[in-house]
Design a binder for this molecule. Structure first.
Ligand code: DGL
Length: 273
């Protein structure tokens, strides 16, 4: 018999980067089916105005909702920063989870001194969503935010470690850490940044904890799924399907850097917005 529990969890991002969040979700919820949409035709969201990102996020979420999902995860930091309230209202009572609040929780847990650096896209930094979310949990926190746009291109190119990645990380981060030596936690506030973790760690050193919102987001999603909405174990393997608004072949080629496993070409479908 058909039941809501069998529906997939819908996950969307501006492109392939949100696959880092999908990876954590699959680890936390191995029995769940997932439907992932990458808006590859309109990436990047990080340089666009909040109004445009809100409109794109709504259209992208609509495709997932029309296909049938039991929950919506906004894997994109930029879209979470500017569109979560709008999407929660628009698709109520469907639960909608973003990555900013879980990322802020992880940052507060990782920082002893409350001196936190957030690196993200221009759009996420401009809106100040991470600062607000961190201060809501720890009002005395000192939060610095900076955009690191080149990291997105580096990650998509697969140049995630070695001298080029480290040189760029050094150029972005060293001046801030020299000015604020008390920083003890750094939030990877963009879907693409977790794959650059090693290059970033090589620059910031072991005294700065690197915080990735993916695992905390997965824990929030798991906590929100009541028993009767969970897909049972023991049945057929859960489905994993992908939708892309452009270039499915590129999705198949670049996606594995972020997902951590191969993507079958037949599992990616082109959709139009
Ligand atoms: N997904 C975006 C984010 O997490 C990064 C890529 C983009 O700018 O669209 O902010």
């Amino acid at each position: 018999m058909w039941s809501v529990a069998e529906l997939p969890i819908g996950v969307f991002d501006s492109g392939v980067g949100g696959l880092t969040v999908l990876r954590a979700l699959r680890e936390a919820l191995p029995d769940e089916a997932f439907l992932y949409l990458g808006d590859t035709a309109r990436l990047p969201y990080g340089t666009k105005s909040p109004e445009t990102v809100r409109r794109y996020a709504e259209q992208t979420a609509e495709i997932l909702v029309d296909q049938g999902v039991k929950m919506l995860v906004i894997a994109c930091n930029t879209a979470s920063a500017v569109a979560i309230d709008h999407l929660r209202r628009r698709f109520a009572p469907l639960p909608v989870v973003g990555v900013i609040e879980p990322g802020a929780q992880a940052a507060v847990a990782a920082s002893e001194r409350g001196e936190i650096l957030v690196i993200a896209t221009e759009g996420t930094v401009r809106g100040g969503a991470y600062e607000r979310a961190i201060r809501a949990l720890r009002p005395e926190a000192a939060v610095t935010s900076t955009p690191c746009a080149l990291f997105v291109a580096l990650a998509e190119e697969g140049w995630v470690e070695g001298p080029i990645a480290e040189a760029i990380a050094r150029r972005y981060l060293r001046p801030i850490l020299d000015e604020r030596p008390g920083i003890d936690a750094l939030v990877l506030g963009c879907t693409h940044f977790p794959v650059l973790r090693e290059a970033i760690a090589a620059v910031v050193g072991s005294r700065v904890a690197l915080v990735d919102s993916a695992a905390t987001t997965a824990a929030v999603v798991a906590g929100l799924l009541p028993g009767d909405l969970r897909r049972g174990s023991g049945g057929p393997a859960p489905s994993l399907r992908f939708l892309a608004t452009d270039a499915p072949q590129r999705f198949v080629r670049v996606g594995p850097v972020f997902l951590g496993e191969a993507i079958a070409p037949a599992s990616v479908e082109l959709v139009d917005l």
